[in-house]
Design a protein around this ligand. Structure first.
Ligand code: ZN
Ligand code: ZN
Length: 359
C-alpha cells in the first residue's frame, strides 16, 4: 500500500498538516494493509508510523511493508504521542470517527507544541477512486453474490418464509466463500416490500405478489450490494407489474447517465424524473444510490445531496424504488463502476421480471 500512504501524505501537506492520525479501522486497513482490530497510523509527507499491540506482533509484520516504522505497545495513543517532535506540529485527527472521550485523552497526552486539527474524511476521499485490484475484488464479490442468489432461487420463494430465504442466502454466500454478508439480507413480500429497509419476517411468502430481495457479501475486504424484485407466481396484479415497469425504466435511464462528470444529484434526478412522471413522486423517498468499496455504504452519494462529480474508478449503486404503503414495493439495484468513457455494470442478473419457482 505504499502509494496510498504517499497520497495521504501529499493531501496532509496540502491541508497544511504535518501529519494525519488515522484511527478508524477501515481507514487504517486502506492506508497500511493491516487487517487487525487494533492499530493506529500516523502519516505525513515523510512519516510512516504504525502502532499496534502485542496480539498483532506477527500479523502486522506480515501485512505492513518495510517503509513503516512499526511499534508494539500496550497503550497505542501514549506510544504515538511519546515520539512526536517537540517543535510546533499540526496534527490532523479524524473528527468524523474519534469519540469525544478519545479526543479529550489525546489532547491531554499531547505537548503544548502540538495543535490538533479536525481533518475527517481525508482517507475516505482517497477511497472514492478504486484501483484495478480493488475493482477486481468488488467484481468478485458481486459475482459471488449473484451466484448465491441464483442458487437460493432454485429452492423457491413462495411457500418459504422470508426469514428462511434470508438465512439460506447468508449461508449460501458463506458456503461459496464469502466472509459474510455485507448487511443482513432483506427479503420482503407483498406490502412488506413497501418498507425500504424491511426486516425478514417469520411469514410464508405468498403466491401472486412481488418479493424484494436486497443482499450482498464481503469478500477479501470488499462489499457487494444488489437488489432484485421477483414475482412469486405468474398471476401478479397488473397494478404491481406497472410499478415494476416504471422502476425498471427509471433504473435503466439512471444507469445510462453514469459516466465521468455529472454530480451525484444529477444522476439521482434522472431516475426521479421517470418515477415522478408516472405519478409516484412521493413513493420514492430515498436517494438513488451510494458508493460501495471496503464498506457497503460509502461515498459518493447519488441523492439530492450528492455534490461529488462522478469520476473514473468510482463504484456506485443505482437503486431506485417505488413503495406504495401496505400495497407493494419494488426496488432494482445494480452495482456500477464509472469508467473513462461511461460505465460498467458489475451485476450479471437479469432485470426483466422473473417468476421464481414455488418452494
Ligand atoms: Zn442493496
Ligand atoms: Zn444499496
Amino acid at each position: 500500500m505504499p502509494e496510498r500512504a504517499d497520497r495521504l501524505g501529499a493531501v496532509a501537506r496540502e491541508e497544511g498538516l504535518d501529519a494525519v492520525l488515522v484511527t478508524e479501522a477501515t481507514n487504517v486497513r486502506y492506508v497500511t494493509g493491516f487487517t487487525g482490530s487494533s492499530g493506529l497510523a500516523l502519516v505525513g509527507a515523510n512519516l510512516r508510523r504504525f502502532v499496534t499491540d502485542f496480539r498483532y506482533l506477527t500479523q502486522s509484520a506480515e501485512q505492513l511493508d518495510g517503509e513503516w516504522s512499526r511499534e508494539i505497545a500496550p497503550d497505542l495513543l501514549e506510544q504515538l504521542v511519546a515520539r512526536l517532535p517537540d517543535t510546533a506540529f499540526r496534527l490532523g485527527f479524524d473528527d468524523a470517527h474519534l469519540s469525544v472521550k478519545q479526543h479529550a485523552r489525546l489532547a491531554g497526552l499531547l505537548p503544548d507544541t502540538v495543535e490538533l486539527v479536525p481533518a475527517g474524511g481525508l482517507v475516505e476521499d482517497l477511497r472514492l477512486v478504486k484501483d484495478a485490484a480493488e475493482l477486481e475484488r468488488i467484481r468478485a464479490a458481486q459475482r459471488l453474490a449473484d451466484a448465491a442468489l441464483e442458487d437460493v432461487l432454485q429452492r423457491g420463494l413462495a411457500g418459504r418464509t422470508e426469514q428462511a430465504v434470508a438465512l439460506d442466502l447468508e449461508m449460501t454466500m458463506r458456503r461459496l466463500g464469502a466472509q459474510g454478508s455485507s448487511f443482513p439480507p432483506i427479503v420482503a413480500a407483498g406490502g412488506h416490500g413497501a418498507l425500504p429497509h424491511a426486516e425478514p419476517r417469520d411469514v410464508v411468502i405468498p403466491e401472486g405478489t412481488l418479493c424484494v430481495i436486497d443482499w450482498g457479501c464481503m469478500l477479501d475486504g470488499y462489499a457487494s450490494d444488489c437488489t432484485r424484485t421477483y414475482a412469486t407466481s405468474a398471476d401478479v396484479d397488473p397494478r404491481d407489474l406497472e410499478v415494476y415497469a416504471t422502476v425498471l425504466k427509471a433504473q435503466r435511464a439512471a444507469v445510462e447517465a453514469v459516466r465521468p462528470g455529472p454530480l451525484g444529484k444529477d444522476v439521482d434526478a434522472v431516475a426521479r424524473e421517470v418515477i415522478d412522471a408516472a405519478g409516484h413522486a412521493e413513493h420514492f423517498g430515498h436517494g438513488l444510490g451510494h458508493g460501495v468499496g471496503m464498506e457497503v455504504h460509502e461515498g459518493p452519494r447519488l441523492s439530492r445531496q450528492g455534490e461529488v462529480a462522478l469520476a473514473p474508478g468510482h463504484v456506485v449503486t443505482v437503486e431506485p424504488g417505488i413503495y406504495v404503503p401496505s400495497q407493494v414495493g419494488v426496488r432494482i439495484e445494480d452495482l456500477v463502476v464509472v469508467t473513462e468513457d461511461g460505465h460498467e455494470v458489475l451485476t450479471s442478473l437479469t432485470k426483466e421480471l422473473v417468476t421464481a419457482p414455488r418452494a
